[in-house]
Design a protein around this ligand. Structure first.
Ligand SMILES: Nc1ncnc2c1ncn2[C@@H]1O[C@H](COP(=O)(O)OP(=O)(O)OP(=O)(O)O)[C@@H](O)[C@H]1O
Ligand SMILES: O=C(O)C1=C[C@@H](O)[C@@H](O)[C@H](O)C1
Length: 302
């Protein structure tokens, strides 16, 4: 992170010295690499407001570069919009955190729904720790992967360990927990998870199957078949599982539907929803739930 800043700041003094049309300065290439300033740039997801002065310096460097290199201002706008969203998320997280009173958030949803990806962004914004309950079980079973546990000991053994993990996690404060996709099937798990706030990430099957096919089904034993193309195998498996689980997911305190969120944001494609935007919606839905419960008072109209 520091290295990134120093390479950014290094280019400042010589920014005006590069002749237009010449070979770009290495650091400048780095600066204008879209990926580094997109919403997925890891540095940006780290406490954006806390490092606001650094971000502001970077903004000034970028402005200078845009001027000197005649770079389209699109990068600068992307960068600024991304920074703005990170700050909005942080602000909303601070509001919600004061009402959560250290309670955990349990993210539930089908395999591939983004519990891990969104959970990490959410935890960072709230100042919570992030825990993946699958990883927690793997450690408890001596470092054996979920796939190995299924293959060697069977699903019941995994589910027993998953329940124990959820019980332990429910006793700890200030955590965002990405639960295993099947954690919702046992009633006792709901008892543990309801010690905190439960949020269902509702993602269309087609999106889930695409995501899972992109990374393969090796780490997801319930979707791993030897034949068929990965998308079809994942889709068919997810379809069967989701039919059995839809009632269970409905037990969650709050629901975030990517279908509705994308429509509300005017996006045609669900895959355009960033983890930051989804994390923001999780906070909005948690806030609604807390208001409904009387945990936050709704301002009375004047
Ligand atoms: N908003 C998003 N946009 C694009 N890809 C995403 C998004 N969220 C998650 N993904 C991708 O989808 C895949 C599954 O995401 P992730 O591991 O976070 O899901 P999960 O719900 O934790 O899955 P599991 O329950 O199987 O562990 C990953 O490859 C991740 O990069
Ligand atoms: O949906 C499920 O049943 C599962 C989801 C994964 O997170 C793992 O917990 C395991 O592969 C089972």
């Amino acid at each position: 992170m520091e290295a990134m800043y120093s390479s950014l700041l290094q280019i400042s003094p010589c920014a005006g010295s590069r002749p237009l049309g010449g070979k770009p300065h290495v650091a400048a290439e780095f600066v204008f690499n879209r990926k580094n300033f997109g919403v997925n740039w890891k540095g940006m997801s780290k406490s954006p407001c806390r490092s606001a002065s650094n971000q502001w310096r970077k903004f000034l460097v970028l402005s200078q570069c845009c001027k000197d290199y005649q770079t389209p201002t699109l990068e600068l706008r992307d960068f600024y919009a991304s920074f703005d969203k990170q700050c909005s998320l942080k602000r909303k997280a601070q509001e919600v955190a004061s009402c959560l009173k250290e309670r955990c958030i349990f993210l539930v949803g089908m395999m591939g729904s983004g519990k891990t990806t969104v959970g990490k962004v959410l935890a960072e914004a709230l100042g919570y720790s992030f825990v993946d309950s699958d990883v927690y079980v793997e450690k408890a079973v001596g470092g054996t992967s979920v796939t190995q546990i299924f293959n060697e000991y069977g699903e019941k053994f995994f589910r027993d360990n998953e329940s124990e993990a959820l019980q332990e996690l429910s006793l700890m404060p200030k955590q965002v927990v990405a639960t295993g996709g099947g954690a919702v099937v046992r009633a006792i798990n709901w008892h543990y998870m309801k010690q905190g706030i439960t949020v269902y990430l509702d993602v269309p099957l087609d999106t889930l199957a695409r995501r899972i096919a992109a990374v393969g089904t090796n780490s997801r034993p319930l979707l791993h078949f030897d034949s068929g193309d990965p998308y079809t195998a994942a889709f068919v498996g997810l379809f069967t599982i989701s039919k059995k689980r839809s009632d269970s997911y409905a037990n969650a305190d709050a629901r975030v539907s990517l279908h509705y969120l994308a429509a509300n944001m005017g996006l045609e494609d669900i895959s355009d929803l960033t983890p930051t935007a989804i994390a923001m919606e999780v906070l909005v839905q948690i806030e609604k739930h807390l208001k409904g419960n009387g945990d936050i008072s709704t301002p009375t109209p004047a």
